[in-house]
Design a protein around this ligand. Structure first.
Ligand code: HEC
Length: 157
């Protein structure tokens, strides 16, 4: 009987712990989805960057694929990924670095998103045409990432 009580107590205990750990904020899914999009940006441009810097052998087919992926990801519809209140100032939200300025100055951020779309389109046209072509089209992509982060993404704490 004592053993049974202990089991019950530990089950109840772990349920409570899970309950706390899994507490969900109202925008967690949208935040996760947009962060997944950025991870795809990051992975694709990371492979291309490694080729451009000579840390990885240039491979035209892979370069084309990564550039196409980045170009596709840059053109995803994002209206449901940025619900009002999903910024980094609300402690109920999943950890994120989206500054409230995004919503306060909206739609100004669309200009920065467009810069990435433009750069990714050029990259997708050039990346498979040799290392020099890849190198020549990477700079504008990096600039577009940084341009948006400098304004709208919080520094890592
Ligand atoms: C139009 C604005 C904008 C552009 C363009 C942009 N980012 Fe971001 N990025 C953000 C914002 C805002 C966040 C914070 C989002 C959050 O934490 O919910 C972010 C977050 C990230 C993250 C962290 C994701 C995570 O899992 O928390 C990475 C990595 C990233 N961006 C990479 C890139 C790369 C690489 C590019 C360019 C190819 C890029 N971003 C272009 C605005 C932008």
């Amino acid at each position: 009987m004592k053993a049974f009580k202990t089991v019950v107590a530990s089950l109840v205990g772990s349920t409570l712990i899970c309950g706390v750990a899994m507490a969900e904020g109202p925008h967690d899914k949208a935040i996760k989805a947009r962060q997944a999009m950025f991870q795809l940006y990051s992975f694709s441009s990371g492979v291309l960057g490694a080729m451009a810097k000579g840390e990885m052998d240039y491979d035209a087919k892979l370069a084309q694929e990564m550039a196409d992926n980045l170009n596709a990801a840059a053109n995803l519809g994002q209206s449901a990924l940025w619900p009002m209140g999903s910024d980094n100032s609300n402690p109920d939200n999943l950890k994120n670095r989206a500054l409230p300025k995004i919503w306060e100055t909206f739609p100004a951020i669309a200009e920065d998103a467009q810069n990435l779309k433009d750069a990714a389109a050029v990259l997708a046209a050039e990346a498979g045409n040799g290392l020099d072509a890849l190198r020549g089209s990477m700079g504008a992509v990096g600039k577009s990432c940084k341009g948006c982060h400098d304004q709208y993404r919080a520094k890592r704490r």
